[in-house]
Design a protein around this ligand. Sequence first.
Ligand code: SF4
Length: 719
Amino acid sequence: MITPDRIVTTTCPYCGVGCNLELHVKDDHIFKVTSPFDSPVNHGNLCVKGRFGYDYVYHPKRVTTPLIRKTSQKVGKRTQAFDLSEWREVTWDEALDYVADRLVEIYKRDGSDAMAVYACAKATNEDNYLLQKMYRAIFRTNNVDHCTRLCHAGSVVALQQATGSSAMSNTASQVLQNDVFIVTGSNTSENHPIIALQMKEAVRKHGARMIVIDPRRIELVDFAEMWLPLKPGTNVPVFSAMAHVIVRENLVNWEFVKSRTEGSAEFIESLEKFTPEYAAEISGVPADDIRKAARMYATANKAAIYWGMGISQLSHGTASALALINLAFLTGHIGRDGTGLNPLRGQNNVQGASDMGCMPFHYPGYMRVDNEANAAKWEKTWNVPMGGLSRKLGLTTTEILSHAHEGGIRALYIMGENPMMSEPNLNETRKHMEQLEFLVAQDIFLTESAAYADVFLPATPFAEKDGTFSNTDRRVQRVRAAHPPRGQARVDWQIICDLALRLELRLGLDSAKWDYSGPEQILREMADVNPDYTGVTYDRIDKTGLIYPVPDLTHPGTPTLFTESFPRGLGKFHPLDYVPVMEAADDEYPFILTTGRVLEHWHGGSMTRNSSLDEAFPEARVEIHPADADIHGIRNGDPVKVQSRRGEVVLRATVTEKTTVGVVFIPFHFVEAAANLLTNDALDPQAKIPEFKACAVQVFPARESDLPNPENMVQRGRY
Ligand code: SF4
């Protein structure tokens, strides 16, 4: 039995649930993780990632020294270097001076539009706030974005349009107060395991009735009263048909509709065509099941909707989320405890990175960049001359890369993101990466994207930094360092401040606003301007965090939004049309591929695949229904080739009824069979989120020898 030197309380670095962790530390090494039973989010429960997924912090492949590529990269011929012999170890001064020189050279030559930055949903609020500040205040560009674009941008835009807010309206634990709840487009058991536990508790102990609407037979189906297995991308007709039934059977909450919403007449008129039979024909869900689900939801006293990326990651992701919002408005299941519209946010701090303004249209606090009053506030705070900040909307993540060409983006700074795994249509992404003139990676591993960089700046993981994360509930919680950084690695906010000072020196700027004493001072600067965070201080969030909005220093936080009104005043109904997915199955590509996560892994795998979790789930698998496998002569464990119009991967098959006939599923964590080589880069026109959840593929039997060679993976920094 090891006696810890100390036990450090912090917040989980993986998903948006934001579980509280206790890191047991001996000799500056974490040897065990537990959770306090009185933690308000997870009550002592942890999933396998939180409990065991911490040892990537000590992985030998972690890079802890600043690096500069030995041979200079040429535009159009940029290559990946996973082998450290292709890099030169340098001092921090040399690395930061070089980055500052090159960024300033490009900025002076090509201006603001040539500069872009990816912020990081895994880093702290303080890190993210400073990164967007550096690009906005120094390079005067709004080309700032992060992976919210790739997961919930459709939900964010829809909620903004309909309510004026973009976060979950209630907390996840309020599921215990629901009479009825809908889970849709979310494999909650694998993506948000502790919320799934609460959902099961709601059913088993509190008698709640769960409706699952999802193309896959996810684990929660075992606990649900109804499962509506719709075809991928048919959300709008199914939800609109439910609305049709609610209107037709006079189950509408007219008092709510009249007093709290606008646009109901036009919306109700638009529902005429969405009969359950019409939706059944498109979605494959029986019309009577649509009727029953609509009645269950509408007649409940307290009902809520929880959704995931199956709603938002579509070329009509905004419309899908709006269809859910219309249902809540029609029934009045919003603005009270135990009701609500709840997009379950993916990464540990994707909510916080969005709150901090790491988006191309918003400053911190979701203040539009094209609004004069907003710009003036941040000019004053950042000591930028009046009119100095750009009022022009910036580019989104996917657009930043597709604009990497002469006259477009020339220099890209990536903090912690890995577009070479997370962007759709990776073969196209690779071409864009090759077109960059200068690339900086600030990370802990040489990821598939960092391997393209000119300079690598070694940062720290969660266990070596202080700050805050904001979870999917809008709860702002403390992150605490368990031990000092390994090697020469430095915390992100310090790297940014050191670089910002060098940039200002070279550009003759003198804001004197980069000499922070620590992350608490950084949060205070942001909170003094962002009313949602005004009452958030490190003292106040020390034990249990605070759920924003926290408008003043005595406010207790706001678990339930919209109790009196919506931020935009009245909630706005949106009439919708059914728009099919961009790429339907056909004779050549007869399956629809849908992608997502598995319990043991996280995103591009840079953390979990460099942890002991990789032993529990060591290889990519494609899930295929037994009926489809039979037709193609595929048995469980056979190697298969999955091919789309954009690329192909070879991996083993799992024959399972978890997926439905005509649909195959591949998790997106595995570089050796990267699902995003196949996915479609068609974008939702409003949210600019790609259609990860549906593209047409073909599946062929393959040979053992076609499987990717693990030896090659060694060279790529994995295994
Ligand atoms: Fe971490 Fe999410 Fe698992 Fe909680 S549910 S332990 S936050 S990964």
